[in-house]
Write a protein that binds this ligand. Structure first.
Ligand SMILES: Nc1ncnc2c1ncn2[C@@H]1O[C@H](COP(=O)(O)OP(=O)(O)OP(=O)(O)O)[C@@H](O)[C@H]1O
Ligand SMILES: [Mg+2]
Length: 449
């Protein structure tokens, strides 16, 4: 029996159709080739553009494809509605939602919305699993309101190269100090934002890092900016002035041993009391609400090597150490609204410093932890505020100079790298600004310094 031909579907028709599609196939092939070549060229010549046009969308695809498996493997699902029947197990697991995933210079940001009964820590702990599944350098997860965590995806390590120069221009000195003067940009954060030590937002800072990790370089970069503004800088360097000596022409006072430090801190405490009285006379709670004509100049007290203040070798030094540390604590407790700020640096901070150091730490809201040799210092610097940052700090290698975990403005902590700020640049900044050094009556008393 001969097959009945299907009307309109003959072989020669199919061949015709195939022939008519050839130009479209060639066009599609050419477009694909152009798209691929453009991608390769962009990845080579303009990686940032490549990221926005190509890389981010590949990442988005990987995220969408792996999300369900990732949530199941990392236990990020919530139990479903129990089945009506009392004998049946719970319903299918409920997936957390990935929301607002947007491309950023070094990766992407997004939100994860999770379900009742889940906690942010589950997602923070799963950050490595996410980085592995999406084949990116790192994923940082931090709490962001109830039921949500904020996620930052870094497609490569943005801190590999050293930021070369300060991103904010040095400001010309102004007659009256302003809160903006308290911000010093010292490097770049992992999320691409400038890294700022903002004494307006966090009035006092603790900087820790093993020897040669980059503490002084960081302080120098900050001082070079503060120096050009109407601010008084005071140094306490009980290593005999080895670290802060180069800043001396721009410092309103410098103590180079424990005895001098005790006297200087006592005078600073008295200055804090005078400022409190001034505020009270004007019915204000902060120097920033005082009329400009009577507003005292903000003071930044920089302590390089905290251990030199706390740890004493002999009984004779004990009184000076006790007085210095008690007044430093007092200054940190009172200073924020009085325009008196404390920036404390040390190679390590430990329980052997005594109880006073924990009280001081509680006042130092800004934290920076560079590479450290011992876990205790990382825990002391970050553990009370950002427990999940302690491990990140311990991953900073000794060769990663200037890399730190630091207090961030919006979401807790962030990894950052300071600029490489050579000594010559500091010398030039100090020389250019030495004439701006304010006199602090009662503090820069010549008898001791
Ligand atoms: N961000 C950076 N990029 C590259 N190199 C850096 C950076 N920061 C610091 N360095 C280099 O690391 C070395 C040590 O820096 P620094 O003197 O600031 O360390 P430190 O922590 O103050 O050490 P110490 O505790 O011994 O005083 C210097 O040679 C400095 O040039
Ligand atoms: Mg140093």
């Amino acid at each position: 029996m001969t097959p009945t031909p299907v009307p309109g579907l003959r072989l020669d028709h199919l061949a015709d159709l195939g022939r008519s599609l050839i130009p479209y196939a060639i066009l599609a092939g050419c477009l694909l080739a152009v798209w691929t070549i453009a991608g390769v060229l962009l990845a080579w010549k303009a990686p940032r553009v490549w990221w926005y046009l190509y890389g981010f969308w590949f990442l988005r695809l990987r995220m969408a494809r792996s999300w369900k498996r990732l949530c199941l493997n990392a236990n990020l699902t919530a139990a479903g509605q129990p089945h009506r029947s009392r004998y049946a197990a719970g319903g299918p697991p409920i997936m957390p939602l990935l929301l607002r995933v947007r491309p950023r210079r070094n990766g992407a940001t997004g939100l994860i919305s999770f379900n009742a009964g889940q906690v942010p820590e589950q997602f923070i702990e799963a950050a490595d699993a996410m980085a592995h599944a999406w084949r990116v350098h790192a994923v940082r997860v931090a709490g962001s309101g109830r039921g949500r965590v904020k996620m930052t995806v870094l497609h490569d390590d943005p801190l590999r190269g050293t930021p070369g120069k300060l991103r904010t221009l040095l400001k010309e000195p102004d007659a009256a100090p302003a809160v903006e003067d308290l911000v010093a940009t010292v490097g770049t954060r992992e999320d691409g934002e400038p890294w700022a030590i903002d004494l307006g937002m966090f009035p006092h800072w603790l900087i820790t890092g093993a020897t040669q990790s980059g503490k002084s370089t960081l302080i120098n970069a900050a001082v070079s900016q503060w120096a050009s503004r109407p601010l008084a800088l005071v140094g306490i360097d009980c290593k005999g002035g080895m670290e802060l000596g180069p800043h001396a022409p721009r410092l309103s006072a410098l103590a180079t041993d424990r005895h001098q430090a005790a006297i200087l801190l006592e005078r600073l405490r008295d200055e804090a009391t005078r400022r409190m009285q001034l505020c009270r006379r004007h019915g204000q709670r902060s120097i920033w609400s005082l009329p400009r004509s009577v507003r005292p100049v903000p003071v930044i007290v920089i302590v390089d090597e905290l251990a030199e203040l706390y740890l004493v070798a002999s009984r004779a030094e004990k009184d000076a150490a006790l007085s210095a540390t008690a007044n430093l604590l007092r200054l940190a407790q009172l200073g924020a609204t009085l325009g008196m700020h404390v920036v404390v640096a040390g190679q390590r901070v430990g329980s052997d410093f005594g109880n006073g150091v924990t009280a001081l730490r509680a006042q130092l809201g800004g934290r920076i932890c560079l590479a450290v040799n011992d876990k205790e210092t990382a825990v002391m610097t970050l553990g009370d505020l950002y427990p999940d940052a302690v491990e990140a700090a311990q991953h900073i290698g000794p060769h990663e100079k200037g890399v730190a975990i630091t207090t961030a403005d919006a979401f807790g902590w962030v990894r950052a790298r300071s600029i490489k700020f050579p000594n010559e640049a500091l010398d030039a900044a100090i020389e250019a600004t030495a004439h701006l050094t304010p006199s602090l009556p009662g503090i820069d008393h010549p008898v001791l310094f």
